[in-house]
Ligand binder design. Structure first.
Ligand code: NDP
Ligand code: HSE
Length: 433
């Protein structure tokens, strides 16, 4: 095999990780020596960088790499959406395969990007875009292809899991821990994408398309972040035998009369029983549980962000491309490429069922728990538990956990409870599994 010549766009957390892997003396497979970096495009060419590297590799025009006939593969690790979309599409049109870690661009423009790659007979590989170092894209494309996927539920954002773990174990301050996640290179350039749940929504959108085979309208995914989580919710959840994690959920619902597969998809901070395997996933680690037939349940677990883990996924994609492209097969491999094979849609929010947690601050008066219970009952919402956990200065904190119920019925009950004269505030609402 000849060399695989790559142009890297971006030399930040992930870009530097790729450079380190390709220049390390690890006892890894000799095929790694066949990858040659032709150039690295950056935004600020004179920036001080905490890595020893060949200075003459840096350029500040990514398009130079796309136009360079010596470059076989473009590695997009710069982030953002508009410029990176243009870079990816232009690379594919120049018949260069692309490896990207950019979930934001794939979740929004995957359909156009996949179609362009197919049209020009090249690939776009995205292993690093979801769950950092965990191989999840490759299993969905190949190893699990003999199965019907029924459900995926996971912790797929490292930054929020890092924050929630520190808040749980050390009562750490939310803002200080977010700053630490940024310093460690876990968070996005704009960390609101992490804490507001959008990064996890991008990722579950990508996974859903691969698992269920149809295009997902990314912006229709119901998304709740962790920014309103209070240390009190964590303490109460712990007392009741749960951990709080930001979960991404995607489940087969039914095939409708138009032969379109309806899916329950959401991202929300959720209570998980302490005995559940996802409850043990701490720090920057991610995990995803997949229920498939006939396989059964599997869980993939590992570091979900950071330089080394993410770069390991990028480099694996480069190697897969190198191995495939060197075969010089005239048509593209249908399992390595991404395509849709059916129509899918997200089920109506009000029809999606789940368990819920509600923390209500109200007057500590006789009968208030009964009134709350009655309103839930009237709306056909069954309660798993209702407890008063704190009372001071005539105020009570009541925590309710429901059985599985449609969002429609739950939201109606919530509004009616909020209108009770004894209720001061619905302090928080979380999902449960
Ligand atoms: P960084 O912010 O650390 O690095 C971004 C790099 O892109 C910098 O080197 C920057 O240049 C360069 N860049 C920005 N704009 C341009 C431009 N217009 N032209 C050329 N270069 C440009 O980001 P990360 O490495 O953390 O993330 C990169 C991608 O990987 C993102 O899509 C992110 O979502 C994804 N990702 C990140 C993970 C992580 O743990 N960090 C994990 C999984 C995916 P300069 O250095 O000169 O400023
Ligand atoms: N910001 C992302 C996270 C990076 O924290 O999970 C990995 O995709």
């Amino acid at each position: 095999m000849g060399k695989c010549k790559i142009g890297i766009i971006g030399f930040g957390t992930v870009g530097k990780g790729i450079y380190r892997i390709l220049n390390s003396q690890n006892d890894s497979h000799p095929i790694l020596n066949e990858i040659e970096i032709i150039g690295i495009a950056v935004k600020h060419i004179n920036k001080k960088r905490d890595i020893k590297f060949e200075n003459n590799l840096l350029i500040n025009d990514p398009y130079e790499l796309i136009e360079d006939p010596n470059v076989d593969v473009i590695v997009e690790v710069m982030g953002g959406t508009d410029v990176s979309k243009d870079i990816i599409l232009k690379s594919l049109k120049a018949r260069k395969s692309v490896v990207t870690a950019n979930k934001a661009v794939i979740a929004r423009y995957g359909s156009e990007i996949y179609a362009t790659a197919a049209k020009y007979g090249v690939y776009v590989l995205t292993e690093a875009a979801v769950c950092g170092g965990i191989p999840i894209i490759e299993p969905l494309k190949r190893s699990l292809k003999s199965n019907q996927i029924n459900k995926m539920v996971g912790i797929i954002n490292g930054t929020t899991n890092f924050i929630l773990t520190k808040m749980t174990n050390e009562k750490a301050d939310y803002n200080a821990t977010l700053k630490l996640a940024q310093k460690l290179g876990f968070a996005e350039f704009d960390p609101s994408a992490d804490v507001e749940g959008h990064d996890a929504a991008d990722k579950i959108s990508i996974l859903t398309e691969l698992a269920f085979g149809g295009e997902i309208i990314r912006d229709s995914i119901s998304t709740q972040g962790i920014e309103k989580i209070n240390i009190k919710d964590i303490e109460y959840a712990n007392k009741l035998g749960f951990e709080i994690k930001l979960l991404a959920f995607s489940e087969r619902n039914h095939v409708d009369i138009n032969d379109s597969l309806s899916l329950n998809i959401w991202v929300a901070p959720s209570l998980i029983p302490k005995s559940h395997p996802l409850a043990m996933v701490g720090g920057v680690n991610n995990a995803i549980l997949i229920d498939a037939s006939p396989l059964g349940e599997i869980m993939l677990y590992g570091p979900g962000a950071g330089s080394g883990p993410t770069a390991s996924s990028v480099v694996s994609d480069i190697l897969a491309l190198h191995a495939s492209l060197s075969k010089k097969i005239p048509s593209i491999d249908p399992l390595l490429s991404s395509n849709y094979w059916r129509d899918c849609h997200i089920a109506d929010f009000n029809q999606i069922s789940k368990k819920n947690y509600l923390r209500i601050i109200c007057l500590d008066t006789p009968g208030v728990i009964g009134k709350i219970g009655d309103l839930f009952g009237k709306n056909d919402v069954s309660i798993e538990s209702i407890v008063q956990l704190d009372a001071s200065e005539n105020k009570a904190e009541i925590v309710v956990i429901t059985h599985e119920v449609t969002n429609g019925k739950f939201e109606k009950s919530k509004q009616e409870i909020n209108a009770l004269s004894e209720v001061e505030l619905i302090a928080s609402q979380l999902s449960c599994i």
